[in-house]
Every structure is written in C-alpha cells, then in structure tokens.
Design a protein around this ligand. Sequence first.
Ligand code: PGA
Length: 250
Amino acid sequence: MSNRYLIANWKMNLPPEGITAYLKAVATEPAGNVRVLIAPPFPYIDNIAGETKLGVAAQNCADREKAALTGEVAPSMISDCGARFVILGHSERRNLFGESDTLIARKLAAAIAVGLTPILCIGEELRIREAGQVATFLAAQIRAASEAGLDSVPEIVVAYEPVWAIGTGRNASGIMVADTVAHIREAMERFWPARFKDAPLLYGGSVTPDNVDDLETNGRIDGYLCGGASLDSGKFRSILRGMQRPSATP
Ligand code: PGA
C-alpha cells in the first residue's frame, strides 16, 4: 500500500496564528499512517525543519545545481536546510511563471540527483475537461516527467490538482477524482518504471474539512495537497482527522 500524505502548501503565505503555534497545534494531532508535510516559502524552511518533527517540503527548486542564476535555489540547498521533499510543476509555476513540461522534467532530475523526493503536480484546465481531453492531457504530463530518468528515485509523489479547482472553492467531487485517478494510474503504468504504478497519488484543489469525507470515501487517493485550508491549523487538523475516519478508502 502507498504511503499516505497530507501536505500544507503555504504558497507565499504564513499562518496568521504564527509559525510556532501552528506547528505545535498540527504536531499534537494524531497522524496515524499519514505523513504530514509543511511546505513553507524558502526562507522559513531551515527554521521549520529544526523546530518540528513534521516533514518539510520546498515549493520549487532550480533545474540545476550550480549556475549564475539570480533568485534561484539549488536542490542541494533545500536539502541542506532540512527539507526532504520538493513540490514541482504546480500549476501556478506552470501558468504564472511559464514553466514547461521540459523545464519541470529538468527540475525533477536535479531534485532526484540530490535525494529529494519530488511531489509532481499535474492537472488540467477547465477547457481541457470540457473538451473531454483530460486523460490525454494528464498522460502527456506524466510522460514528460519520465524524461527526468525516474529509475533512480526511491519514491515519487503525484498530486492531481485540476487548475479550475485551485483556490476557487470549487473542488472536484470524490467520484470525479476517482475517475481521473484511474487515467493517471494507467499513464503511470505506461510511461514510468514499474515500481511507480502504485506511487502515492494525492488530490489538491479547494480541499476543506467539509469535503474531505466525500474525497476519502469516493476519491481512491492517498492524501491531499492543501493550500488555503492549510494556513489555519484548526482546518488542517480537521482534514487530517477526516483521513483517520474508518470510512476512509486508500
Ligand atoms: P487550494 O490550493 O487548496 O487553496 O485550492 C491547493 C494547491 O494549490 O496546492
């Protein structure tokens, strides 16, 4: 069975209650078999990794180790600061910063080379869903990632995040997620090394304490990448609690 994950993607925000109070509150919630990760902005990684036993992820990294690249952060620097994971290919990076599948594959390779576990985000825009092209579109994103040479990575996590559900308050239903996840698994089986066909597959996009039950019961997923709701330790803990309820289906 895959590892289960709950990831707080703070994006360019900090929890209003304060970092220390937030981390303490989240760490006191029983996590069962769920690995809880915090993905803060770069400058906070070092302190947070020192302060908590929760896992830490970066939200991005450069596509190489050494170069004159003003403003970029090398994967090894992330690792030096105590993060073991890195989110790559988030739709905000793809759409607002113009990151292509090719660049993301290079970033994956660079992260893997220093032993970081990548959390690869994939997801379609609404026009793709409306045109009935979701399976083909996601398969192309999965295929592009295989250029990174995934043979040498011990684990890769995939986050299915439909662009139309991110930060919009409009989440995909559990049934819709299960249907899409089946297509993603098919593509993983086809394009990735055999051992990744069961890699943890998360859902992200307006996950809240109110919709986690439906996603758990019907979604056939291994956890969540949470943005907005992750900034409030109460909401984030409640999502974690939702993952422990007996109705949950991994
Ligand atoms: P959201 O963000 O939960 O605010 O929709 C999810 C994400 O972008 O990872």
